[in-house]
Design a protein around this ligand. Sequence first.
Ligand SMILES: *Cc1c(COP(=O)(O)O)cnc(C)c1O
Length: 451
Amino acid sequence: MDAEKLRELDRRHLWHPYTAAAAAVAAHPVTRAEGVRLTLADGRELIDGMSSWWSAIHGYGHPRLDAAVRDQLGDMAHVMFGGLTHEPAVRLARRLAEMTGLPKVFLADSGSVAVEVAIKMAVQATGKSRLLTVKGGYHGDTFGAMSVCDPVNGMHHLFGGVLPAHVFADRPPADYGLRPGAPSASASRRRPAGPEISGGSSEPAIPGVSAEPAIPDEAYLRHLDVMVAQHAGELAAIIVEPVVQGAGGMRFYHPAYLRRLRELADEHGILLIADEIATAFGRTGEMFGCDHAGVRPDIMCVGKALTGGYLTMAAALCTEEVAERIGVLMHGPTFMANPLAAAVADASLTLLGERPWQEEVKRIEAALAEGLAPAAGAPGVRDVRVLGAIGVVETAEPVDVEKMQNVVMAHGVWLRPFGSLLYTMPPYCTGPGDLAAITGAMTAAVATLSP
Ligand SMILES: *Cc1c(COP(=O)(O)O)cnc(C)c1O
């Protein structure tokens, strides 16, 4: 089918994420994805700055991941998981347990489902039904997950009547990560967790970025104390995205808030659920978002990058103790532990273990901070921030998505802005030239904002 035919039939029949059935603007047909590049049906090549929504960390068409799927296909594509098991699932579960310290693994078929399972785990383990979270969060699109998304920029206004009412603490201050272009007084430099290194300053300087350590907001810590104490009796769990609030606003918060939530959970006998679906597997500069704070949750969700962007799979993991308290966990999707997805996930995590991802992410962080510095202080820009392999330009007003996208595409780059956010989380294998193209496209897009 030619590109025009594809676009026309797509518009006639397909829903896309968060769009009307007959979308105002047609989607761009992709014919190939290789390395960090997407090829469109009209022949254009675009550098993918989105990693297909956080997932394609190794880039597209990686020979090892292709082989993992092909080899597994030779044995079997799928069998039910009720009463049966297989090596890909066993290998993956053992690896995830070793990586997280959480030995009980439920393999779900998407991030949202993993969040549903995590909530069920907490409810079944405690016999309580309310959750505490923070505003500005995003945990998925199914009903349980939606109920803990930000009540204003989430979908509560559409589904309020159907959603359980949970407890929302204020949004954590966005006071972590690099602030390219900011004056040194307000600039903050990411610090690894642990008090022993809080005074050190041996990290390489990045042009335009000062190295002040972030200081947690005492008033916010006290707010968390009060909120948890007030509701402790009815809470099954606290659920948050560790350190990075993703689709709820692309904000980075100080690990001290996560540490305090861990302490409060322990103090009041509440479980802590870490939704690591966006943050896991190195994206933030640590293997897991929780590693910034040096905490271990009772329940963790992973997804997105789990399969290297190949197939849909996520997991909800928990401690031995939580598993014992749960007993029979009441969930069991048809395609649970799909062998193709499990095999490619295991291969992707093997590959991650072999590649110098820490250096790669650090290199991307420095390149994003340097490349996005010119956008800071530009008319219409509210904030520029970078953490690990995540770069964000927040505008003062919501952007015209199509207009922004056209500018970015004219620069040979694929990004998908939303709301007031133009952001990138490129594959870890993105080279210096391609990173410069991405930040160049972003600063060019920002330059089209009217003051
Ligand atoms: C994307 C995301 C989800 C939902 O995952 P899906 O696979 O899209 O269902 C949940 N939580 C977080 C933090 C996410 O980033």
